[in-house]
Design a protein around this ligand. Structure first.
Ligand SMILES: C[S+](C)CC[C@H](N)C(=O)O
Ligand SMILES: N[C@@H](CCS)C(=O)O
Ligand SMILES: [Zn+2]
Length: 338
């Protein structure tokens, strides 16, 4: 029987991730590409809202994808809110209130799927699942711009710290209010946005543990060209950040980045790379590159775990089958070492 993780009260949420990891055997599996799986089911998301479009027109598909990742063995599922923003919804003619409801709905769809799945497997009795945590996805400002800038880190001269804090503030408040277990800041491409998030979490007194993941296009630095030493210095002193790492970068970059992060931080390291394909922000499609199939991904993921990453999953172009492989491999080696 896997981990049964009791919901925490406001006062004792800070250690939630550490407790969860300990009970899960030291390493937990995150789900895989969410938009990817929506598309594989036929969703059309070539749109400024990208996968968040499904919050408006296909919420049942969102529930289905969460359940698929849970069934595949994900210990943590990430909500469909990556590119869900209030200005994005308002520019589609929705009211502020409707936009806020959609943000809250992204969390409810995930927690309901988690609860339904857990209720079902508990009836089976003998199983190796853990009761999953729900991480609310908060995509970078670049994701909202929908111009590929989550991979360039270039937001233009008029974007300063306050503008980024203002962009993130209300969405953060609404998502926190909806009650996820974790917050997942995804594809952060520069130091300025890292600073904005750290300050905002403090100003809003957010008690839910966060992870911040950077993208990387050269395997060495943040996309902006700023060093990870600079970026991590900004967040190392924040008690509100529980984990830091990399998402939606090619798998071949991850091992050396985990080693680098080991030297730069004492926080939990989280990695969930994409399949190795490259996003063309103009054509809005994935370009084949050095791609990793599920077996190769699994072999690399074992190396990431052995070098110290504790939260491991997949991002764009990975699927439930990728996550099933990781979950099986990690649970088998947990059993072997216990
Ligand atoms: C992680 S990227 C592939 C998400 C989509 C991008 N922000 C866009 O809208 O073009
Ligand atoms: N959580 C998002 C990240 C996109 S980079 C997704 O999986 O679609
Ligand atoms: Zn991705």
């Amino acid at each position: 029987m896997g981990v049964v993780f009791e919901p925490k009260t406001e006062e004792n949420k800070a250690g939630l991730l550490e407790d969860f990891l300990e009970k899960a055997g030291g390493c937990a599996v995150i789900d895989g590409g969410f938009a990817t799986q929506l598309e594989l089911h036929g969703a059309s998301i070539n749109d400024p809202l990208w996968s968040a479009l499904c919050l408006i027109n296909n919420p049942h598909l969102i529930s289905k994808v969460h359940l698929e990742y849970l069934e595949a063995g994900a210990d943590i599922i990430v909500t469909s809110s990556y590119q869900a923003t209030l200005p994005g919804f308002i520019s589609r003619g929705l009211s502020l209130e409707q936009g806020e409801k959609l943000l809250a709905k992204s969390v409810v769809l995930a927690t309901d799927a988690r609860d339904l799945f857990w209720e079902t497997v508990e009836k089976i009795g003998d199983h190796s699942y853990n009761r999953a945590l729900v991480a609310a996805s908060i995509g970078s400002y670049g994701a909202y711009l929908a111009d590929g800038s989550e991979y360039s880190g270039y937001y233009g001269e008029d974007v300063d710290l306050n503008k980024l804090k203002d962009f993130h503030r209300r969405r953060l408040q609404v998502l926190v209010e909806a009650g996820p277990d974790l917050l997942a800041f995804e594809t952060i491409p520069n130091k300025l946005e890292t600073q904005a998030i750290v300050e905002l979490l403090e100003e809003e007194d957010v008690q839910i543990p966060s992870w911040i993941c950077f993208s990387s296009v050269d395997g060495v630095n943040a996309p902006s060209g700023e060093s990870f030493a600079d970026c991590l210095q900004v967040l190392n002193t924040s008690q509100r950040i529980a984990a830091v790492g990399i998402n939606c970068a090619p798998p071949q970059f991850v091992h050396s980045l985990v080693q680098k992060f080991n030297e730069l931080t004492r926080k939990v390291i989280v990695v969930y790379p994409n399949s190795g394909e490259i996003w063309d922000g103009v054509a809005k499609r994935w370009m084949p590159s050095k791609c990793f199939n599920d077996d190769k991904f699994k072999v690399l993921a074992t190396r990431w775990r052995d070098s110290g990453a504790k939260l491991i999953g997949g991002c764009c172009r990975t699927t439930p089958s990728t996550i099933r492989g990781l979950s099986k491999a990690f649970k088998q080696s947990c059993l072997a070492s216990n």
